[in-house]
Design a binder for this molecule. Sequence first.
Ligand SMILES: Nc1ncnc2c1ncn2[C@@H]1O[C@H](COP(=O)(O)OP(=O)(O)OP(=O)(O)O)[C@@H](O)[C@H]1O
Ligand SMILES: [Mg+2]
Length: 235
Amino acid sequence: MASAIEIDRLAFAWQGDQLTLDIPQWTVEAGETVLLRGPSGSGKSTLLSLLAGINVAQQGTVQLLDQSLSDLSGRKRDKFRADHIGYIFQQFNLLPYLSALDNVLLATQFSPKRRQRVAASGHSAEHLAVEYLQRLGLTSTQLHQTAVHLSVGQQQRVAAARALLGAPELLIADEPTSALDSDRRDDFIKLLLELSEQNNTTVLFVTHDASLGQYFNRHVELSDINRASGGLAHA
Ligand SMILES: Nc1ncnc2c1ncn2[C@@H]1O[C@H](COP(=O)(O)OP(=O)(O)OP(=O)(O)O)[C@@H](O)[C@H]1O
Ligand SMILES: [Mg+2]
């Protein structure tokens, strides 16, 4: 595989003609771990949503794992995301009335590919989900609590476990440690790095936490790749 992420002449505006993103070219190689930084409101989450095919750029192309996202219908993009991308949303996106464990298992329920990868590990999805949640510090009681009854930091750890289950090729994490204390943050980084090394996962990780910098191959400032700044298009 040539590259995990390949952006070419991408332009995206939420509304009107003010560009949030104007990225001539950007590549992330398979297996790279990239830390993405930028001020609040600069377009980091917007970029991640385009990479995951949740939103579609008005111009240009986004290729993920050699697949051009704009060539896929909305439904196929959803399937592609379920199969290939572990996404930790800034707002977690858990189903509030499912338990922590069932939220994690959603990752494999929507993706035969992720079920196959779990099966190849020789463990059940439930076994791995419990292992990840326990390594992230959830107790056996908390595993069975509905997400709505978990603390924000616990919900964030459930979202992290869900993104990791089934060894997706690409992990996209939008400030995934923002609600964690330093011990929980270290547990998460350890699990993330261990699994991504094992599976040659490409990692794109947004964080403001400078202490995490050491863990990544490459640091990127959004302003270094994005010609639109503060929502204003360049002349
Ligand atoms: N759903 C949306 N509809 C309209 N505008 C949006 C939407 N989401 C984001 N924006 C706008 O796009 C710009 C970039 O927002 P984005 O959420 O991508 O920034 P960010 O870099 O992730 O910020 P933060 O560090 O605060 O999470 C902002 O000006 C924001 O108002
Ligand atoms: Mg954001």
